[in-house]
Design a protein around this ligand. Structure first.
Ligand code: PGA
Length: 250
């Protein structure tokens, strides 16, 4: 298994200068340390300047929060995967629950986006997770397995080597209520089983946990055998908190 991944999803936060300052602080602290791969996922505004600022160092990579399913075209207001790749962006979030909820992204659309990202040379971070009522009915494994099957069914076997899954239970995102390490580990293990039934190559696909990850719970999540990293929202907006989470995975 490759190095753990600690990804920072800044969502629609930080002005240009605030974001550049945050990234510089993180970069300064990680410069001479080896460990987890850190993926900064700012808004589109920051990507070009950050790709220049991060040039020449390998520990911090760049990700985007979204991309279009076509490689180019008349789609006002959209950003295409090859445009991201040209800025040395390596990763792209796909199907974050906020995109599914507020922008009606469904499995059909996500399938097309994942293909477009892979074709451009990006690594998709495919997000999945169940709402509270599904968890309360104890249907979470079936629900999330179906999200993976539907969103990834078009993938060729080699694509699974480039894919990353982020399990983010909706009831834990931005709520301060994290899944317990036991709940997260159980789901990750079930998802790994599900993926390896799709293709044995997918047994090594990294599965990140997301949902109220904080310095206080990072170490116990890092200790779970099937948690290969984390996707951090709120706590990634402050360098000190984020660096503590990174340290838990180093
Ligand atoms: P949170 O967000 O860490 O603020 O819960 C995680 C995410 O939405 O990726």
């Amino acid at each position: 298994m490759s190095a753990p991944i600690v990804a920072a999803n800044w969502k629609m936060h930080k002005t240009f200068s605030e974001g550049m300052a945050l990234a510089a602080e993180i970069q300064a602290q990680l410069q001479h340390k080896k460990g987890a791969t850190v993926v900064l996922i700012p808004g589109f505004l920051h990507l070009q300047a950050l790709s220049e600022q991060l040039q020449g160092q390998h520990r911090i990579r760049l990700g985007a929060q979204n991309c279009h399913y076509e490689p180019e075209g008349a789609y006002t207001g959209e950003i295409a995967a090859p445009q991201l790749r040209a800025l040395s962006v390596d990763y792209v979030l796909m199907g974050h629950s906020e995109r599914r909820l507020h922008f009606q992204e469904d499995s059909k659309l996500l399938k097309a986006k994942v293909s477009s990202a892979l074709e451009a040379g990006l690594r998709p971070i495919f997000c999945c997770g169940e709402p509270l009522q599904v968890r309360e009915a104890n249907q979470q494994v079936d629900y999330v397995s179906a999200q993976l099957s539907e969103g990834l069914s078009a993938l060729e076997v080699p694509a699974f080597e480039r894919l990353i899954i982020a399990y983010e239970p909706l009831w834990a995102i931005g709520t301060g209520q994290t899944a317990t390490p036991a709940q997260a580990q159980a789901m990750h293990s079930a998802l790994r089983g599900h993926l390896s039934r799709i293709t044995p190559q997918a047994a090594a696909t990294p599965i990140l946990y997301g949902g109220s990850v904080k310095p206080q719970n990072a170490a116990e999540l890092a200790a779970c055998p099937d948690i290969n990293g984390v996707l951090v929202g709120g706590a990634s907006l402050q360098a000190a908190a984020f660096l503590e989470i990174v340290a838990a995975f180093d």
